[in-house]
Design a protein around this ligand. Structure first.
Ligand SMILES: Cc1cc2nc3c(=O)[nH]c(=O)nc-3n(C[C@H](O)[C@H](O)[C@H](O)COP(=O)(O)O)c2cc1C
Length: 345
């Protein structure tokens, strides 16, 4: 149904409009009698063997939605009834910002990929907290909600730790875990924070804040897919030394190798982060290396190019404790998590 009817309709619109239509449709489902029950019946595959306990959080299953799909926490309550084990909202910045000029999201259909340069468009931490407070009670049981935090584009890297702390502290009481995003290629100079000192300065602020709180919420560091081996190992060392809890690997890539889409089309699109099928091998290799190098010292959330059920299985085999999907959800539709769950049970 999705691939034959819904996707062809959605793909007639430009990708960002299609995204808005999807979010709007999900929000409408909130008002349909038995809407959530119908979604549970259609898309959920609950089995005891799929449950995961990671860092004292109970996940219904290990398949989640990656950051960027529900940036403003508008529809995570509905998504939670659609067979997912967790949903990461954001990236949330302290103040709302409009992001980069449009167009900024593109489909590469031949490559089963997307290119985006959204640039942290979001309504800001206060607005997102308001949404979470309102919608959280409508969430399915056993579905974990993560908050992905970042800095405002106007904030320079020197003042970045303060921004991360503002978003983190605003969300602290309302989400179950955090992801610190220093790896988005679409915010000027953000990846410049992805070095030992840059990341430490941010994490130190967050762990100090957390130490004062009565509940300890897990913190993950999300890294780029474009890091070399040495840089990945530095990030693993930082995770261990800073006392945070895990890693999310990986964010989109700025590389454009081996694509089937004609070069002229790619050139016309311009800069942005590539996601989807071209990322599969890289993301699995990065997760495998993190798990080997760290000797499984902490949980890793594997993300990037999970387009087939086998990709999810390979990501888990590489050592990921949990798997996130984004482009795979756009191309495969809402039954994708259920298909993965059935296969990995
Ligand atoms: C349109 C779009 C927006 C995204 N926005 C964010 C974001 O705000 N924060 C973030 O950490 N990752 C963001 N991502 C990256 C995804 O979370 C994920 O890491 C990446 O897309 C690779 O997974 P995939 O191949 O399954 O799409 C975005 C991806 C896309 C396609």
């Amino acid at each position: 149904m999705y691939k034959k009817i819904i996707r062809p309709i959605l793909f007639k619109f430009n990708p960002e409009t299609a995204h808005r239509i999807t979010i709007f449709s999900l929000k409408i489902l909130r008002y349909i009698p038995f809407g959530k029950k119908i979604l549970e019946d259609l898309f959920t595959y609950d089995r005891p063997g799929l449950k995961r306990n990671i860092l004292d959080l109970e996940f219904r299953n290990p398949i989640g939605i990656a950051a960027g799909l529900d940036k403003n926490a508008e529809c995570f309550d509905i998504l939670s009834h659609m067979g997912l084990g967790f949903i990461e909202v954001g990236t949330v910045t302290p103040l709302g910002q409009s992001g980069n000029p449009k167009p900024r999201l593109f489909r590469l259909i031949k490559d089963k990929a997307l290119i985006n340069r959204m640039g942290f468009n979001n309504e800001g931490a206060r607005h997102v907290v308001r949404n979470i407070k309102k919608l959280r009670k409508g969430c399915a049981k056993g579905v974990v909600i993560g908050g992905n935090v970042g800095k405002n584009t106007a904030t320079d890297n020197f003042n970045a730790p303060e921004d991360y702390l503002k978003a983190f502290s605003a969300l602290y009481n309302y989400v179950d875990y955090f992801t610190v995003n220093v790896s988005c290629p679409n915010v000027t100079n953000l990846c410049g924070l992805q070095n030992k000192d840059g990341v430490f300065a941010i994490l130190e602020k967050l762990t100090s804040f957390r130490a004062e709180m009565s509940i300890r919420k897990p913190i993950f560091l999300k890294i780029s897919s474009d890091l070399g081996i040495q840089q990945i190992e530095t990030m693993v060392d930082v995770v261990k030394e800073s006392g945070i809890d895990g890693m999310v690997a990986v964010n989109t890539t700025t590389t454009r190798e081996g694509l089937l889409t004609p070069e002229t089309v790619i050139e016309n699109i311009g800069r942005g982060g590539l996601s989807g099928a071209p990322l599969t091998e890289r993301s699995i290799a990065v997760v495998k290396h993190i798990c080997e190098y760290s000797q499984n010292a902490f949980p890793v959330i594997g993300v990037g190019g999970i387009m087939k059920v086998e990709d999810a299985q390979r990501m888990l085999d590489a050592g990921a404790s949990l798997v996130q999907i984004y482009s795979g959800y756009i191309y495969n539709g809402p039954s994708f998590p259920k298909k993965i769950c059935k296969a990995i049970e």
